[in-house]
Each structure stands twice: as structure tokens, then as C-alpha cells.
Design a protein around this ligand. Structure first.
Ligand SMILES: [Fe+2]
Ligand SMILES: [Fe+2]
Length: 326
């Protein structure tokens, strides 16, 4: 079993320590070595059947108490609910996020395999991508196992296909830079929320804490790879591809942010959450600011790579995901 340090001590992304001496290739090799030295197995590294890990729908630790993690918890409607219903809704929200997370990871794995298939022999990226695919498969196993153990009806996103899952998969093979921006658009916000939860003083269920810590540890490598791949490759693109990227990034990030900003309609229907309550929670300024903050790192990278121009900025604004660089 791979041991993790204390809850607040989280691995961070590896960056090249010195741009000249520590090249892109050595960074990729270090990431691959780390994948060998510190990786997790969904079943060997989580004690699913221990008593403390069991999932009880009535456990008050599922109650949404931190408005920054889920704004529904701040509404008067939610606060008025009896504890049983409140904890069940909280658990349902966690399970829905895990299901959406594993759907995202499914698209990610397929895209990564397409990307790797085009690489020549001896590419350090090939080995690293396969480590990442394996890690994502373990994440999806643990997310699905958690969903199964809630005993709740968790359908996930029905519109995932419409959302362009297949188009995104094709990007892995045909236009990797845009694919890796999609990767950051999904991974950065999830990582942001999980780190925030782990750093908070909230009384987190030990199973959820274990899953989040495993995830955050391995995602640090995935984020490092995507960001450094983009830093290495975007400057070499021709002007047409750069423009395609400038326009494609806000469209992809905006669509994903909209999905993240909406309340899961299945939960809304199941618990008959009134429309005004949904609007109060997910249309709130705090929620909008949180979503903007969760995309801050990828927005900063887009800016640093010179992929923001007067036309593309309009798309960022139209999706409500623009914030002036700080
Ligand atoms: Fe993952
Ligand atoms: Fe990942």
C-alpha cells in the first residue's frame, strides 16, 4: 500500500527547476519515474470493506456545510431540511461529481491513446502517456466503486456525447495542443476543488478523503505534463493553428464551465429543489467567482502563450469565463 503524508501536505506539480538545464525531456522522464515510485491501485490501496470506510446515506458528514464547495448548502431551503435529507443530497452531489469525473476521464484516456499512437519510437511522451492512462483507469475504478457503494441512482451526464466527447477524442490525434487545453480545463477545476476541500477543516468522510488525496497526488503529474507539453509545443505552431487554438480554447473551456456551473438536473428533480433555490445557489456571485478561480491557471497559461487576441477575448467573455490577468 502506498502511504500518503498528512491531509494538508499535498504533492504539487513538478516544474522544470531550471529552464536551460532541466529540459522538457528530463521533466517527462521524471514524471514517468514518479509514476512508478508513487502510484495507487483502486482496490489494493483503499480499504473499501473496513468499517470506517462504509458509506451510510444518513451520515451527517455528507451534509453540505461549506458554501465554497457547494453553494446549495448556503441556501435557506437547504438549511431547513431535516438532517437525513440534507445528508442524502450531499452524498448524491458527491456521487454525481465522481460520475461526471469518470466520464471526463473516459474521454481523456481515449484522447491520450490516440495521441500516443501517433508518436514515433523512443518518444518519452509515449511511456508517460501510458502511465497516465493507467492512473486514470485506476481513478475511474475508484470513482465508480464509490458511486456503487452509495446505493443511489447516479446517471451522470446524458449529454456527454452532445458535448462533443468524440470530437475531443479526435483532437488527441489530430490537434494535440487543443486536446491538452481540454485536459487542463477538466483537471484544473477538479484539482482546485479537491485541494480546497482537503485544506479546509471540514469533517470529511475517510473514504472521500482517501479518494481525493490519491487523486490530487497523481493529478499533480498529469497537470504538469499537459502544461509543459503546451509550453514546449505551442510556440512552434504556425499562425493558422495558433488562431484555431485561440478560438477553440474559450469555446471548450466555456462549455465545460457551463456544465460545472449548473446544478446536476438529476439531483434537482430527485429532491424537487425549487427553481429559485437553484438560481440562488448556482447563479450566485460566489459560485461564479469560484468557477473563474478554478480556471485561473489555464487562463494564465493561455495568456502567457500569446493565445488571447481581440477576437478570442469576446468568446471568453460570452461564456462568462474571462477575468483580467492579475
Ligand atoms: Fe483522474
Ligand atoms: Fe488526470
Amino acid at each position: 500500500m502506498t502511504v500518503l503524508a498528512d491531509r494538508h501536505n499535498l504533492d504539487t506539480e513538478i516544474a522544470p527547476s531550471d529552464q536551460k538545464a532541466d529540459t522538457y525531456v528530463s521533466l517527462i522522464k521524471r514524471l514517468s519515474t514518479q509514476s512508478v515510485e508513487k502510484h495507487f491501485d483502486a482496490y489494493a490501496d483503499i480499504d473499501w470493506d473496513s468499517k470506517e470506510m462504509s458509506v451510510d446515506q444518513d451520515d451527517p458528514r455528507w451534509i453540505l456545510r461549506n458554501g465554497e464547495l457547494d453553494p446549495l448548502g448556503t441556501t435557506a431551503w437547504y438549511k431547513d431540511l431535516d438532517d437525513k435529507t440534507a445528508s442524502r443530497i450531499g452524498l448524491h452531489m458527491v456521487a454525481m461529481k465522481m460520475k461526471i469525473g469518470l466520464q471526463f476521464e473516459g474521454v481523456l484516456k481515449r484522447g491520450l491513446l490516440g495521441f500516443a499512437a501517433k508518436l514515433p519510437n523512443n518518444s518519452p511522451e509515449f511511456r508517460y502517456c501510458y502511465h497516465e492512462v493507467i492512473e486514470e483507469a485506476q481513478h475511474s475504478l475508484m470513482f465508480q466503486e464509490f458511486v456503487n457503494r452509495t446505493g443511489l441512482d447516479v446517471p451522470g451526464l446524458s449529454g456527454m456525447d452532445e458535448f462533443g466527447a468524440n470530437t475531443v477524442v479526435q483532437l488527441g490525434r489530430r490537434f494535440p495542443p487543443l486536446f491538452f487545453f481540454f485536459v487542463l480545463g477538466g483537471e484544473d477545476p477538479i484539482d482546485f476543488v479537491q485541494r480546497k476541500a482537503l485544506r479546509s477543516d471540514a469533517d470529511i468522510h475517510p473514504l472521500l478523503e482517501r479518494i481525493m488525496r490519491i487523486h490530487v497526488t497523481e493529478e499533480a503529474r498529469h497537470l504538469s505534463f499537459a502544461r509543459n507539453y503546451l509550453k514546449k509545443n505551442v510556440p512552434n505552431l504556425d499562425p493558422i493553428r495558433r488562431q484555431a487554438l485561440a478560438m477553440g480554447i474559450p469555446a471548450i473551456l466555456g462549455s465545460m464551465a457551463q456544465l460545472m456551473m449548473q446544478a446536476p438536473s438529476h439531483v434537482v428533480k430527485t429532491y424537487e429543489i425549487p427553481k429559485e433555490v437553484v438560481k440562488e445557489a448556482y447563479g450566485s456571485d460566489i459560485h461564479r467567482q469560484n468557477t473563474l478561480a478554478s480556471l485561473a491557471k489555464v487562463r494564465k497559461l493561455t495568456n502567457e502563450l500569446g493565445l488571447i487576441n481581440p477576437v478570442s477575448i469576446q468568446i471568453w467573455k460570452r461564456f462568462g469565463i474571462w477575468d483580467e490577468p492579475k
